[in-house]
Design a protein around this ligand. Sequence first.
Ligand SMILES: [Zn+2]
Length: 475
Amino acid sequence: VTAWLAELAWLGGEGLASDVVIACDGAGRLVRVAPGQAAPADAVRLRGVVLPGLANVHSHAFHRALRGRVQSGAADFWRWRDRMYALAAVLDPDGLFELARAVYAEMALAGMTVVGEFHYLHHRPGGGPYADPNAMGRALVDAAAEVGIRLTLLDACYLRGGFGGEPLAGVQERFGDGDAEGWATRVAGLAAPVDPGATRDHQGDAAGAGSGRGGVDGQPPAGWRLGAAVHSVRAVDVPSMRVVADWAARNAAPLHLHLSEQPAENEQALAATGCTPARLAGDAGALGPRTAAVHATHLAGDDITLLCETGTAVCLCPTTERDLGDGVGPADRLAAAGCPLSLGSDSHAVIDLFEEARLVELHRRLVRHERGAHDAPALLGAATAGGYRALGWSEGGELVLGALADFVVVDHRSVRLAGLDPARGAAALVYGASAADVSDVVVGGRTVVRDGEHVGLPDVAAALDRSIRSLGERL
Ligand SMILES: [Zn+2]
């Protein structure tokens, strides 16, 4: 048993508890969460506010290389996508591994203990498979393992260029598996057990910079799980969506899809089929309690009712949605209708889940000219338990007995949080904290970040810099 004594902790609700003893067993599960208790003599003291680990539900790790390169200047979503595609065209498994490892380490520093990687960059440029057809997916699995955070690999089916059945062209050829059965066959190989002691070997090469594979402190990795994704209703027809949905149901796996991020998707769906994207997904059996619809910005008609009646969750990505000019989704109406919400940093223009959480409420204030649709505990819940559930780790995201021992420490003595009132601690965290206030991160009982430093990758900024610069002028 490992024990900690948290100076303050968020256990749900508006306020914070004091002097909370937290202990976990050798399996990385919480066996004690006790406020106001005397700590065991060997307890590690945590100076700050402890809260459950943050769940980044929607990530495309490689988009991080575009930060600062695509934000400035006028261009719509589709022009941004051209720039993103130029980057997608040049990544190979080793390059993706290097970049993703640094990006996941940036996430760990920001307090993220689990990430959902929405992965569609599957094959060689031109579309042929690597020797291991899942070399790119395994690069992501290895990257998360090396920096000690949990991963749900949401392997995306991507089959066509649009509603007219246009064939994949250019860089999109890397995304496709031919048909949904091809997707399922490839994914079956990925689901095979991975030996955590195996040498990393993405392309038949000797292991490269992936030294120390096996996770932080040489311990077993935090673990990864497999989920399914439908890239979007643009990229996957209804019968193929049904194949993916059936696979997810058979495997009790999460199923994610981009939904109504752009008005053009709705217009094209309506013109081609007479249905909204949500209705198409529903007709394919792709909505349900294990499904998370990402963005859900431009819902129309009875889409909200459809999502809520099927128990579908929604993952909001406000910093990306504002960066791309997507719009502001109806998070308030979704929440009021009982839709479970979660959060993702998506394009990684920003990696800060406190920022994502507060923007859910703040964007709504700008649109509706009123305050208070989402209270602070609900927003923190979306950043923690809501995200864990959406990623298929429903045993995590809360500081309760039996839960995964995943938690973070936020330094409330920073200039941003100084003066915090513990009775209103949840609001202070949501509206005052930033990723830079995270001092310590524990995943499965193991310390991944200590005093603001990643334990396994001491200079995360240098790793990011090296990886992004290596992509060179293609950016
Ligand atoms: Zn996305």
